[in-house]
Design a protein around this ligand. Structure first.
Ligand SMILES: Nc1nc2c(ncn2[C@@H]2O[C@H](COP(=O)(O)OP(=O)(O)OP(=O)(O)O)[C@@H](O)[C@H]2O)c(=O)[nH]1
Ligand SMILES: [Mg+2]
Length: 348
C-alpha cells in the first residue's frame, strides 16, 4: 500500500520500487500495489477508514499473506488493521527493514543490536494475534477471551529482555571504546552511503580485505576497519559499515550506535553514491539526515560516485557539473581508485 501525502517531497514511484525490493529481500513476492493520494493522515488507519476496508477486501481477493505499507504505521493503526482481519499480517516499512536486519545479522554485536530494535518495535504492537512469544513459550492454547491479560504477561517478558539486551550493548560499547582509543593516532576515513552502492566493494578493492559483497540490501551490518596505504609512507584507517536507507527506523539507528561510532570518530567521510541512481538527491538527503542523527554532520566529507561503468558520458558530465568536487570511480572495474587515495591525502 503506497499512500501519497499531497505535500510530501518523496519520490513516490521510486519509493514503491524500493519497497518492492525490500519485500523481495525477505523472500516475498509482490502481488499488487494499491496507491492512494491523501490530504491528511488518518489516525485510525493512516488511510481513510473506507479505503482501509477496501484494502482488506482486495487483499482477501488476491489471497495474500501480508499487507505492506510504504509508510510507518503507529501501533494503533497496525492494531486497527489487525482487527479488520485477523488472518492477514500488516507490516510497515520499518517492520520490513527490521526483518531484513534480523535475517542478516551474523555477529554477536549486530544480533544484539537488531534484537533490541526489533523488540522495542514489537512492544507497543503486541496483540492477541502476536504468535511469536506464544510459540516460544509453548502451549498457551487459544487466546480468545483471555487476550488482554496474556498481553500484559508478554509485555513483561519483552521488557525484561530489552533491559538485558541494553546491558549487553553497554558492555559491547565499552569494549569498542577501548579498541577505538588504540586507533586515536591514525587518520580515520569511513565509507558511508546508501545500501548497495558498493561500499564493501570499494573497501575490498582498496584494502584487499575479505568483506562480504552482495547485490542485496543490507549485506553489511558490522563495521570493518583496515589499514590503507595512501603513499609517502603514510597509512590511514579505512572503515566500511552498515548502509542507510530512507526512513531507517529510529530505534535501529539508536541500537547501531556502537557500530556507527567509527563513522562519528572519523576525520573524513567518503560519501559513496551510485552514479546510476534515479533518486540521487533524496538519497543524499537521507545520508545527511542519518549523519546528523548520529552526530557526524560536522565531519568533512567528499562525494564519490561509484558504478560509473554503468552510465554514459552525458550522465558523467551532468554529475561533474552538479557536483564539481566529487570523484568518479568504479569498484568492480577498478577505475580511478587512485583518486580516492588522492582525496584522502589532500585531507590528511
Ligand atoms: N557495475 C558495478 N557494480 C558494482 C560496482 N561496485 C559494486 N557493484 C555491485 O553492487 C552490489 C553491491 O555491492 P556492495 O559492495 O555489497 O555494496 P554495499 O554498499 O557494501 O551494500 P550494503 O552493505 O548491502 O549496504 C554488488 O553486486 C557489487 O558487485 C561498480 O563499480 N560497478
Ligand atoms: Mg556492504
Amino acid at each position: 500500500v503506497a499512500p501519497r501525502i499531497w505535500n510530501s517531497n518523496k519520490n513516490y514511484n521510486y519509493s514503491i520500487e524500493e519497497l518492492s525490493l525490500l519485500v523481495n529481500t525477505l523472500g516475498l513476492d509482490v502481488s499488487g500495489t494499491i496507491k492512494q493520494n491523501l490530504r491528511n493522515i488518518n489516525s485510525s488507519y493512516f488511510v481513510g477508514s473506507g479505503k482501509a476496508k477496501q484494502i482488506v477486501e482486495q487483499a482477501k481477493a488476491l489471497n495474500i499473506d501480508y499487507v505492506v505499507f510504504d509508510e510507518d504505521l503507529t501501533p494503533v493503526q497496525t492494531k486497527n488493521f489487525q482487527k479488520l482481519n485477523e488472518n492477514l499480517k500488516f507490516i510497515d516499512r520499518s517492520g520490513v527493514i527490521l526483518e531484513i536486519f534480523y535475517n542478516n545479522a551474523k555477529s554477536k554485536e549486530s544480533k544484539t543490536q537488531v534484537e533490541l530494535a526489533r523488540l522495542q518495535y514489537q512492544l507497543p504492537r503486541l496483540t492477541r494475534m502476536w504468535t511469536h512469544l506464544e510459540r516460544q513459550m509453548g502451549g498457551f492454547g487459544t487466546r480468545a477471551g483471555a487476550g488482554e491479560k496474556q498481553i500484559e504477561v508478554d509485555r513483561r517478558i519483552l521488557r525484561k529482555r530489552i533491559s538485558l539486551l541494553k546491558k549487553r550493548l553497554k558492555r559491547i560499547d565499552s569494549e569498542r571504546e577501548v579498541q577505538s582509543k588504540k586507533r586515536k593516532n591514525f587518520f580515520r576515513t569511513s565509507l558511508v552511503g546508501y545500501t548497495n552502492v558498493g561500499k564493501s566493494s570499494l573497501m575490498k578493492s582498496l584494502t584487499k580485505s575479505d568483506v562480504v559483497i552482495k547485490n542485496q540490501l543490507f549485506a553489511t551490518l558490522d563495521t570493518t576497519v583496515r589499514r590503507l596505504f595512501i603513499g609517502e609512507s603514510n597509512y590511514i584507517l579505512l572503515s566500511d559499515t552498515v548502509g542507510f536507507i530512507r526512513n531507517l527506523p529510529n530505534n535501529l539507528i539508536a541500537s547501531f550506535k556502537s557500530t556507527l561510532q567509527e563513522v562519528v570518530d572519523s576525520n573524513l567521510l567518503l560519501i559513496i553514491l551510485d552514479a546510476n541512481s534515479s533518486d540521487l538527491y533524496n538519497e543524499i538527503d537521507t545520508i545527511q539526515s542519518v549523519l546528523t542523527e548520529i552526530g557526524a554532520e560536522k565531519i568533512s566529507y567528499q562525494y564519490v560516485f561509484n558504478k560509473i561503468d554503468l552510465v554514459d558520458e552525458d550522465r558523467i558530465k551532468y554529475l561533474k557539473n552538479s557536483f564539481p568536487e566529487s570523484i568518479m570511480v568504479s569498484a568492480s572495474r577498478s577505475l580511478q581508485l587512485s583518486d580516492i587515495k588522492e582525496v584522502i591525502r589532500n585531507h590528511y
